[in-house]
Design a protein around this ligand. Structure first.
Ligand code: AHR
Length: 495
């Protein structure tokens, strides 16, 4: 039996803007994300621009990807950027020690990535090597990509074919410094950060560098505390946080053949993001009540066992309705915390973890997660509209989760968008809200759903799951009533 939820929409409340970068992505040198995914090389018969697949560029443009993080991940702290610039035939190789032990030829490097970002229309976010690099190496990278004047690094850039700097704003100072980035303590890393950040110059550019400290692993609140306490805030623009939706790190289970209990466990882990963001933000508030330093969730998403028969180091997994639910609820959490969360990067764009795109030779498909990110992109740079409600429960055995998740925003054209997720795979839920203070003439909507939570898009049936028009609402005078089907994501537009 469906339940009715009364939602209060507070369009008069203070309105943080939902930073478009909450809809960011992450592309690591990992499995078939870069090589064999984005990048097929310019001699490939797959249509490409400077070696990058045109179909991927087009799909990511449509998605309105605002920011893209590269080259890692764990890989970033092994990467030496100078090996990836200059004549491709002369570039040394690198063994990808974290991911599958494969030897890469460095044919995809700084120019390839930054030029690709320009084609997609995404701001680049470069993750610097702190773990096995030097201050000189990272500061020279900044100089190489950002300095317009005469210097050894800008000369090298020009000699390599790029006259004007790219002016990259977002820089990660290492990655997972508590783990693959060097196994450091928070106190030691905070000192390392201070040293690196000191020498990362703006090079006279009007857009200032946005430096992001390698952040906490999930619920490691002490890490955030130490960084906020020990790093002077004039040299800290963002603090990162990584959290994956995982059932059990020792038995992550199949991405497609899962039980409802496993579905619930995944959603429980994803919904933990609410508690994490709230608690890390509270620590940041203590040291930075004006909220100048951003919380950057630069790795998130569902993580399962790899597809049978694929390289365990390549993290290739399918993407089902469960992933659409994870994306929907997580993005609602980020929207609702837009006052502090100002960037997030889904792991990872192509063929790795909770990917938005999967490829198989010349074929490409868009996953359910892609469609959720596309439906939600209406929230980018829109003013958050706070919503309050009490969700009905989704109950399975002894476990209970909130069934419904909602966020809303009003864009600069005056359109209000409401994104709603019902994770309950068996029951619909009715949502009612008074639209009194949202002046509107019309409502329209789209829905993403499928009969089974295990359903996915395959290369044989790439469009099995895609958004379709949604008519499951009534709009009488000032009361809007929505019937949310089981396991569905709905985005409504009121204008
Ligand atoms: O996204 C895969 C890996 O997960 C990243 O390389 C690392 O930062 C994290 O542990």
């Amino acid at each position: 039996k469906s339940q009715s939820i009364q939602v209060t929409i507070d369009s008069q409340a203070g309105k943080p803007v939902i930073n478009r970068n909450i809809y960011g992505h992450f592309a690591e040198h990992l499995g078939a994300c870069i090589y064999g995914g984005f990048f097929v090389g310019d001699s490939s018969r797959i249509p490409n621009s400077a070696g990058v697949r045109n179909d991927i560029i087009d799909a990511l443009k449509k998605l309105k990807v605002p920011v893209l993080r590269w080259p890692g991940g764990c890989f970033a702290d092994t990467y030496h950027w100078k090996d990836g610039v200059g004549a491709k035939a002369k570039r040394p190789s690198i063994v990808n020690t974290w991911w599958g032990g494969v030897t890469e030829d460095n044919s995809f490097g700084t120019h390839d990535f930054l030029n690709m970002c320009e084609k997609i229309g995404a701001a680049p976010y470069l993750a610097g090597n702190v773990g096995s690099g030097t201050v000189q190496e990272l500061t020279e990278w900044v100089q190489y990509v950002n300095f317009g004047g005469a210097s050894p690094m800008s000369k090298m850039r020009k000699d390599n074919g790029r006259e004007n700097p790219w002016n990259v704003q977002f820089w990660g100072v290492g990655n997972e410094a508590w783990g693959c980035g060097g196994n450091m303590t928070a106190e030691y890393y905070a000192n390392e950060y201070r040293k690196y950040a000191t020498f990362m110059s703006d090079w006279g550019n009007s857009s200032k560098l946005f430096r992001i400290a390698s952040g906490a692993n999930s619920g490691d609140f002490k890490w955030t505390e130490v960084l906020m306490r020990d790093i002077p805030h004039h040299m800290l623009e963002g603090v990162a946080l990584h959290h994956y939706a995982v059932i059990d790190w020792n038995n992550k289970s199949s991405s497609t053949a899962f039980t409802e209990q496993q579905y619930m466990s995944s959603l429980k882990s994803a919904l933990k993001m609410e508690e994490l963001v709230t608690k890390h933000s509270a620590i940041m508030d203590k040291y930075d009540p004006a909220k100048k330093v951003a919380l950057i969730v630069d790795e998130w998403g569902g993580w399962y066992n790899v597809e049978p028969g694929t390289n365990p180091g390549f993290l290739f997994q399918q993407n089902t309705i469960r992933d659409a639910m994870i994306a929907g609820v997580t993005l609602n959490i980020f929207n609702n915390h837009a006052d502090r969360v100002r960037m997030a990067n889904l792991a990872q764009t192509v063929n790795v973890l909770q990917a938005v795109i999967l490829t198989n030779r010349e074929k490409m498909l868009l996953t359910p997660t892609y469609h959720v990110m596309e439906m939600y992109n209406v929230h980018q740079d829109a003013a958050l509209v706070p919503v309050t409600f009490r969700s009905p429960d989704y109950v399975l055995g002894n476990d209970t989760l909130a069934a419904v998740s909602i966020s809303a925003s009003t864009d600069t054209n005056g359109n209000t968008h409401i994104s709603l997720v019902n994770i309950d795979p068996a029951r619909s839920h009715e949502v009612r809200f008074s639209a009194g203070n949202i002046k509107h003439k019309a409502i329209s909507g789209r829905i993403l759903s499928s009969p089974k939570i295990q359903d996915f898009n395959s290369f044989e049936q790439p469009d099995k799951i895609r958004p379709v028009p949604f008519n499951g609402f009534t709009n009488t005078s000032d009361l809007v009533t929505i019937k949310l089907p089981p396991a569905s994501v709905v985005v409504l537009k009121m204008n």
